[in-house]
Design a protein around this ligand. Structure first.
Ligand code: HEM
Length: 232
């Protein structure tokens, strides 16, 4: 059971992708309703996370399922994966068009789901000298705020694009964050099958980020090499 819970972030990718395919239009049309509902959820779970810190409860021990579902980072992960892949698929391809329609919504909702994770674990992470997640969070914060159309409209498009190039650094930090947890934390805290399973998780996360990097490079090279430009 614990093994399944540790894989939730990757498993959630499947229902989220189906949701985007079948209900992407609904999400796009009703984006503000989604933000209010999920924002409220993030606020309440964020407050609960602070409360748990204050009373010194280890939720991972007390309620493993709730921890995995809301606080372990598995809810936010699939949103950022889809945001990343939206930028990596080939121009005008069906997956790109499908994802690009809701990229903003996925990024905003992904950040909202990050709040309970960050609030519960920031102290644990920093006292274990692992600031990787916190750095990713801080890079994402201005990107999150400027993703809302009302704020975006106040910015010059070039200024907005330049700022959002920082998303690449946040993707790299997410990978370093997850890799450091599935390797360093894993080596420090686990033995036997659990240790092995940590490496399996590392392999799966690496495969996802590897495919993303491959697609990004492939499409960059296809677009940018002289043979594919009209001026060459
Ligand atoms: C302030 C920001 C963050 C802090 C303090 C933080 C902290 C942590 C800690 C301490 C763990 C280990 C939990 C455990 O093993 O039970 C963890 C796991 C995780 N974090 Fe973060 N994190 C942050 C940001 C992020 C971001 C931006 C993502 C993006 C997707 C993320 C995704 C994950 C995932 C998927 C795991 C589970 C990895 C696994 O064991 O399979 N975290 N985080």
């Amino acid at each position: 059971m614990n093994y399944l819970l540790d894989l939730l972030g990757i498993l959630f990718l499947f229902p989220l992708t189906l949701f985007v395919i079948y209900f992407g239009k609904h999400l796009h049309k009703n984006e503000h309703k989604y933000y209010v509902i999920i924002g409220l959820f993030a606020l309440l779970t964020g407050i609960y996370a602070i409360y748990l810190q204050v009373i010194g409860t280890d939720l991972k021990v007390e309620n493993r399922v709730l921890y995995a579902l809301v606080f372990q980072g598995h809810t936010t992960f699939p949103f950022f994966v889809l945001v990343m892949f939206a930028g990596a698929f080939k121009k005008k391809s069906k997956p790109k068009l499908t994802l690009m329609k809701v990229r903003r919504e996925l990024a905003i909702i992904g950040f909202l789901f990050l709040i309970p994770h960050a609030f519960l674990l920031v102290w644990l992470a920093l006292t274990n000298l692992n600031p990787t997640g916190t750095i990713a969070f801080l890079i994402m914060l201005p990107l999150f705020v400027t993703s809302f159309p009302k704020i975006r409209k106040k910015m010059h498009p070039l200024q907005w694009r330049k700022l959002h190039k920082w998303a690449y650094l946040s993707y790299a930090m997410i990978y370093i964050h997850i890799a450091s947890i599935t390797i360093v934390f894993n080596l420090m805290n686990n033995t036997g099958t659990e240790l092995l399973f940590g490496f399996v998780r590392f392999g799966l996360y690496t495969a996802i980020f590897g495919v993303y990097t491959y697609l990004k490079f492939k499409n960059y090279i296809l677009i940018e090499t002289p043979k594919n430009t009209k001026t060459a």
